[in-house]
Each structure stands twice: as structure tokens, then as C-alpha cells.
Design a protein around this ligand. Sequence first.
Ligand SMILES: Nc1ncnc2c1ncn2[C@@H]1O[C@H](COP(=O)(O)OP(=O)(O)OP(=O)(O)O)[C@@H](O)[C@H]1O
Length: 488
Amino acid sequence: MLKVDHLSGGYGEKNIVNNATFTVNKGKMLGILGPNGSGKSTLMKLMSGILQPASGTVEIDGKELWQYATKELAKKMAVLPQLHAHAFSHTVRETVSLGRYPHQRGWFSSWSTEDEAAVVEAMEMMDISRYEHTAIDHMSGGEQQRVFVAQALAQNASILLLDEPTNHLDINHQKELLDTIKRQAIERDLTIVSIFHDINLASMYCDHLLLLDQGGIAAIGEPHEVVKEKEIREVYGTRVATHPHPELPKPQITLMPGVDRQAVEQKITKEDFSVSSEMVLYRSAAPLKTVSSAVINAGSGWFTTFMNRRVDENYRVSDTVEELTFYIEGKGFKSTDTVAMMTAVDVGQVVLENCEFEGGSIVVAVTAGAGNGTDVSMTHLKERRKKVGTVNTWIFVNGTLAEEAFLQAMMTATEAKTKAFQEEKVIDPFTGTIATGTPTDSLLVAATQQGGNFQYAGPISELGRHIGKTVFKATTEAIRRYRNPAPH
Ligand SMILES: Nc1ncnc2c1ncn2[C@@H]1O[C@H](COP(=O)(O)OP(=O)(O)OP(=O)(O)O)[C@@H](O)[C@H]1O
């Protein structure tokens, strides 16, 4: 265990680090974050004993740093300093072997099988064995960095202090290095303290984070307690947005540029939509912020092309995404910039509605098939397919939506669709009750993110009221057209 208690110090009279108190337990990894000059390296130097503290203590396993003899301390603690352009002419193997010095009695006179095994293992872990005989001044910055990490690992200390270990490394080597270090922490119960400039990497790999601001601890805790928009903005002086990592319960940040988005001013109306027997298509002049359950590019993103494609009733392919991607590209659109849905319903019967209101307007497009009407409260049957039936609903908003407004718009639209099914008395053929939708319905909300601000889109908000009313109207009309198609 590493314990830092009321630690202050710096260079000469002036303290750079002020009153730092924290502990790092065995098997845990602490990330130190902070802007340039905030004192991260100085704190590390105080922790490793390179600098004498002005006050406070650093304890390893209950004993203060100064009570350890140099070699004894080196067996306990390995340090990876910030890498500078030094021109060593040692080979990789020689450099890594230097990590074994605390285990030597005389210089290399007592090279043991244990020393050899530690060096070989460290070189393998850092993927540098093939450069074993290369002089490190002939290697790239990233390769050199891996050599020095291998040297620290070869030391076999229970505490690792790392100053920007991912400096110079490409994304794959950053990941490989941090995976290795993290695995070491878990398997060998190592205590790791590492300085990071990359907040996202630190959040992903560290158990705890410490945010330094002008030598003082501005925040300490689990990543979700430290990586917060307000804290990061205050300490780094830059605007960020936080969002969850897709696979891990760790927050990530995205920088917000100081330069505004160069958006083309536009107002979407239903007259901009093209309808053919093959598809309903809308192409926007500028990317629209979109949330959808489409087949291609579901989830959230920014897109300019929106497609509702008609497929044959007997359309069956093994990979729908691949087939639809191919179709989109074949039509001359970019699949990375297109949100696409499919339906077996006659898309020529699409209902398009404009709705103007205070501060904005919306366009709603609905294609509906009611042959597979499903009562969601009674869906106990597995195979339900009867006839053609999918409701694809698009809502385009001329306005700026907050995150919650996107989700509320989807809820409001779903309720409006269900009400339309009720109004049109669409029956679930398997249960005989009124259907609430179909099993394959899709929904899309896209906004220009210009003009009026809409924080909410629930049923009593200005935007929600109009979404509810317009989606209900368009869906009832689409169901009527499905039942009683108008000639083209
Ligand atoms: N050897 C030194 N002698 C005197 N002052 C120093 C020395 N090293 C650093 N400083 C000062 O201490 C302050 C903190 O430096 P430190 O290197 O700890 O910051 P850091 O957070 O690691 O920065 P960076 O992100 O740029 O690496 C700086 O203002 C710096 O000028």
C-alpha cells in the first residue's frame, strides 16, 4: 500500500505540490490528471523520493520512504520517468537489464536465472524481444517508450510509478501497454500510479483518478466522480461533454471546439421529400442530429440522407445490413451518411405532414402496414407473422433539441402511434385485442439543431404536443391508406 499524507514540496523555496493526501491499495491503479504545469511530475518525484518533501510523508507498506535504503526502495518501487530525447547507445536488452540492478550484488557479476527470466518476460510483455540487440537510439520514440516500461517491469517491484507511459505510442500500443500494466496490477497485486494526459484512457484503465489543479487536489475518486463536465472545464479551462463508454461503466469526454459549426441555414418541409415506388427519400443540405431504430446507422449520429426503402413481401437475405448497405451505395449515396429503414408496405402511400408552431416546425412522414398488428401486453406467441405490417415513423424538427427532447419525442411519437392503432381499431389477429403497434416498427427523430431550443418533447411541451397530434394524424391516415390504397 502507498500512503501519501499532507505532502507538500517543490523546487527550492516555492511549493509546487500542496497538501496532497491519498492512498493507493494493492492491486489498484490511480491515474493522475491535470493541465500542463499543475504539478503531476513534481508529485511523482516527491512520491518516488527524487525530491525531498517540504512537509508531509510518503509511506510504503507502513514505512516512510526515507527509512528505506536505496536498493531496498528500488525493489519496492519502479519508476518510469517522463521520456526525453536522450541518446543512449545501449541495446534494448542492456537497457531492460538495468531494471534488475536492485537485485544485483555487484554489477552483473551475479546475473541469475531469475534476472534473465525477468528481462525476457518484460521484453515479451512489451513486444520488443525482436529488437533485443538494437541500440535504442536507433528506435522510434514509441519503441523507446516500450523499452523503458519493460525496464520498469523487469525491476519486479510491487509499486509502479509511471509518468505518461503512453507518450509517443500509437493507439494499438497504448492499449497493449495499458492492458499489460492493468493485467500486472490484477495478477501480481501491483500498486500503480500513472500520470495521464488522455482523460479517456485514464478513465478506462484506472480504478481511481486524482485531478491536480495548481498543485492542489481538485478532485479524487472513482472515474465517474472525477470526469465531470464542470470539473474538467474549471481545471483545464476547456468545454467538454461527457458520455458513457460503450462497453465499460467509465465516463469518456469529447472536446467541444471553440469554433461554431458552419451550418447551412435550412428549413425542412414535406415538399423536400421525394416519393417513388422504391423509396421515400429526404436529403438534407446539412447533417441532421438523428436518433433512430433504423436498420442502417441506428442509434444517434449526424446524417444527411434518410431512406425508407420498400422491399418485397418475401424479402429474405442472410445479412440485411450488408444487403441494404450495398443498395444504398448502388443508388449513389454514402452508407456512412445515410439512415435507412425498410418496409414491405407500399411507400407510395406515405403520409407527409407539415406542422408549424411557436419557435419551430416539424415534418412527419409515416408509412404504415397494420397486417401484423400486435398487442404489446399480450405478446406471448413466438411466430406471429401474418401479413405485411410495419410502421415507419420519421419526425424532422426545425429546431434545436436537448438530449432528453430526443428521447421524449420518441416516447410521445410511440404513444401517438398506439393511439392511432386504437382509433383505427387495428386488431391483433392472434389475441383479438386492439393492437398497440407491429413487431417491426421503426422510429426516427432528426433535428436541424438550428433555431428555437426545445428542452423537452413530452406530451405537454410545445414540441411534444405537436409531435403527438401530427404523428397521430399521419398514422391514422397511413393505416387508412394501407387498408384502402389510393391509386398512384
Ligand atoms: N526542475 C525544476 N525546477 C524548478 N521548477 C520546476 C522544475 N520542474 C518543474 N518546475 C515547475 O513546477 C511546475 C510544475 O511542473 P510539473 O512538471 O510538475 O508539471 P506537470 O503537471 O507534470 O506538467 P506537464 O503536464 O507539462 O508535464 C511548473 O510550473 C514548472 O515550471
